[in-house]
Design a protein around this ligand. Structure first.
Ligand code: SF4
Length: 490
C-alpha cells in the first residue's frame, strides 16, 4: 500500500466513512439469495469498501439470511449470533443482516439481537450503503421499509434487482446464476416465499440479455437460470413474453455456451415450452421441475394446480423428445393428512419416473402459510420412515442410471483443478481419489448435483474450458472420466 493511497483513503474516509472499510459477507440459503449477495458485494465495492476473506479481519460483518424452513432459520440465527460474538470481542464494529429471515420477523429479531446494526429484508439490499453511512455518521437510521407487507400482498420491489448489472460472482468465474424474476405469484399452501419475497416481478428480456453479455465478457460460459417459478416468467410483462422467448434471446449472447433451467412449475410448463425449449441452441438437456407429490388429493391440499396424470404425460413427452434429458425434482413427505396409500402413490411414481435427481423434504409447518392450521400431520417417525424409503429407492435408481453412463462420451465444463488441498476438501468418494480436475457435464448443475472427476493432462484442464471425456467409472452421483480431447468450444 503506497503513502499516497493512505492519504486518499483517509481523505476519502473523512468525506465518506465507508471508503476503505473492510467487510466480510456470508451468503446462506438458495442460489437466488446468492445472486442478491453478489449484487450487494458489487454495491459495497463500488462504494469504496474493501472485501475481507475472513470475518476476523473485517470491520463490517454481513450475513444474507434464509427464512424458508425452520432449519434454515435456525442456521441463520446461529450465524448471526456467531458474528455478533466476533463483533463483541473482535475487530468488527458493524453487523448487518439481510434477506428472507429479516422479511419474516424484523421487529422480533431486532429486539432479540440488539448487537445487529442494520436489518434489511429481502429485496432491500440497495439501501445498505446509505444505512451504513447513517450509522457511521451517528445519524438515526430511517424506519425499516419491508419489501412486502406481512400478508404477502406486495409485489417484489423493483429495488430487488439493484446492482445485478455489476455483481461480483461468488461462484467459479466461468459459471453464474441468472435470476430472471423475483417473488412468486403461486399460492402453494406450504410455502412462505411469497410472504418474504412478494408476488412475482419479472425482469425484462433486454436487461437479462445485457447482464448476460456483461457476464460473458467476464468469462462466464454457463448460466443457471433461476427464479421461484422459471416457467411463469413474463406473465407480468408487457406483451407477456415467456421463458422460450427469453432463452431464444439469451442463446444469441456470444460467449455463453450453456443455458441451464432450474425451478420449473408443472402448471406453467406449456406445450410450447415442451416442444421448443430444448431445441433452442445452448439450452442443455436438463430440467429441474419440482412435482412435490403424486397424490391428486395431496396436490390439491398443497394448492399445486395440476394432477399426477398431467405431470406423468409432461415428463414422458419430454423424454420422448429429449431421451438424454436429465430430470431433477423435489417432493415433500408428511404433508398434513398424507395417508400410507397416498405415500405409496408417491413411491410408485418416483419408481416409474426414474428421476435422475430427487430432493426429498419433510413437510415443515410454516407460520403464515395456508397449510399452517391443517390437521393430521403424520407422526415424526412415520415421516422419517417414509423419507428413508424414498431416499433408498432413489439411491438405487440413480445408481442404475449412473452405471449406464460408463463407457459413454460427454462434453465436460472444467470447474477446477485438484491439488492436494482441493483433493482433501473434495467430498467425492472413490471417483475423486487421484483425479487431477473436476467438472460437470450437461447432466450436472452446480453445487446441487454430483461431479465428474477427471484424469488427463492437468495442463490442458483449464477451469472454464470444455473438454471431451469418456466416463470410466460411476458412483451414485459422482463419475470418473478420462480426457479424450483437449479443450474446444462447446
Ligand atoms: S412455486 Fe410454490 S413452492 Fe415455489 S416459491 Fe412459489 S409458492 Fe413457493
Amino acid at each position: 500500500m503506497s503513502h499516497a493511497a493512505t492519504t486518499s483513503s483517509h481523505d476519502g474516509r473523512a468525506s465518506n466513512p465507508l471508503v476503505g472499510l473492510r467487510f466480510y459477507i456470508d451468503s446462506l440459503g438458495c442460489a437466488k439469495n446468492l445472486v442478491d449477495s453478489e449484487a450487494t458485494l458489487g454495491i459495497l465495492l463500488s462504494a469504496g469498501l474493501e472485501r475481507s476473506a475472513t470475518p476476523e479481519q473485517a470491520e463490517l460483518l454481513l450475513v444474507n439470511t434464509c427464512g424458508f424452513l425452520e432449519a434454515a432459520r435456525e442456521e441463520s440465527v446461529q450465524r448471526i449470533l456467531e458474528l455478533a460474538q466476533l463483533k463483541a470481542y473482535g475487530r468488527a464494529r458493524l453487523l448487518a443482516v439481510l434477506g428472507c429471515l429479516v422479511s419474516r420477523a424484523p421487529e422480533e429479531l431486532a429486539e432479540a439481537i440488539p448487537e445487529v446494526d442494520v436489518w434489511l429484508p429481502a429485496g432491500a439490499h440497495a439501501e445498505l450503503d446509505v444505512r451504513l453511512r447513517h450509522i457511521l455518521a451517528a445519524r438515526p437510521a430511517s424506519p425499516l421499509q419491508l419489501a412486502t407487507d406481512r400478508s404477502g400482498s406486495g409485489r417484489a420491489p423493483l429495488g430487488a434487482f439493484a446492482g445485478f448489472g455489476a455483481r461480483v460472482l461468488m461462484t467459479p468465474s466461468h459459471t453464474a446464476y441468472l435470476k430472471i424474476s423475483e417473488g412468486c405469484s403461486n399460492t402453494c399452501s406450504f410455502c412462505s416465499i411469497p410472504l418474504m419475497r412478494g408476488t412475482q416481478r419479472s425482469r425484462s428480456i433486454e436487461s437479462l440479455v445485457r447482464e448476460s453479455e456483461g457476464l460473458a465478457a467476464c468469462g462466464v460460459r454457463e448460466l443457471h437460470l433461476v427464479a421461484q417459478d422459471l416457467t411463469h416468467y413474463g406473465f407480468d410483462l408487457p406483451g407477456r413474453p415467456d421463458l422460450l422467448d427469453l432463452v431464444r434471446a439469451l442463446a444469441g449472447v456470444d460467449g455463453i455456451e450453456w443455458l441451464r433451467l432450474l425451478y420449473a412449475h408443472p402448471s406453467h410448463f406449456t406445450p410450447r415450452m415442451l416442444q421448443h425449449l430444448f431445441e433452442t441452441p445452448k439450452v442443455v438437456p436438463y430440467l429441474d421441475i419440482p412435482v412435490q407429490h403424486a397424490s391428486a388429493r395431496i396436490l390439491r391440499a398443497m394448492r399445486r394446480p395440476y394432477t399426477p396424470a398431467r405431470v406423468r404425460a409432461q415428463l414422458h413427452a419430454l423424454r420422448s423428445r429429449q431421451p438424454e434429458i436429465t430430470l431433477r425434482t423435489t417432493v415433500i413427505v408428511g404433508f398434513p393428512g398424507e395417508t400410507e396409500v397416498e405415500f405409496g402413490k408417491l413411491l410408485r411414481f418416483v419408481e416409474e419416473m426414474r428421476f435422475d435427481r430427487l430432493g426429498v423434504f419433510a413437510y415443515s409447518r410454516e407460520p403464515g402459510t395456508p397449510a399452517f392450521d391443517l390437521r393430521g400431520r403424520p407422526r415424526r417417525h412415520t415421516v422419517a420412515r417414509r423419507m428413508h424409503e424414498l431416499v433408498e429407492l432413489q439411491l438405487h435408481l440413480a445408481g442404475q442410471r449412473s452405471a449406464q453412463r460408463v463407457g459413454t462420451r460427454t462434453r465436460v465444463l472444467v470447474d477446477c483443478r485438484l491439488d492436494a488441498a482441493a483433493m482433501a476438501a473434495e467430498a467425492g468418494g472413490a471417483c475423486a481419489r487421484g483425479a487431477v480436475a473436476v467438472g460437470r457435464s450437461a447432466a450436472e448443475a452446480l453445487d446441487i448435483d454430483g461431479a465428474i472427476y477427471l484424469d488427463g493432462d492437468v495442463g490442458v484442464l483449464e477451469p472454464g474450458t470444455f473438454v471431451d471425456v469418456e466416463i470410466t467409472r460411476a458412483d451414485v452421483y459422482d463419475l470418473r472420466g478420462r480426457l479424450l480431447r483437449a479443450p474446444s468450444n462447446a
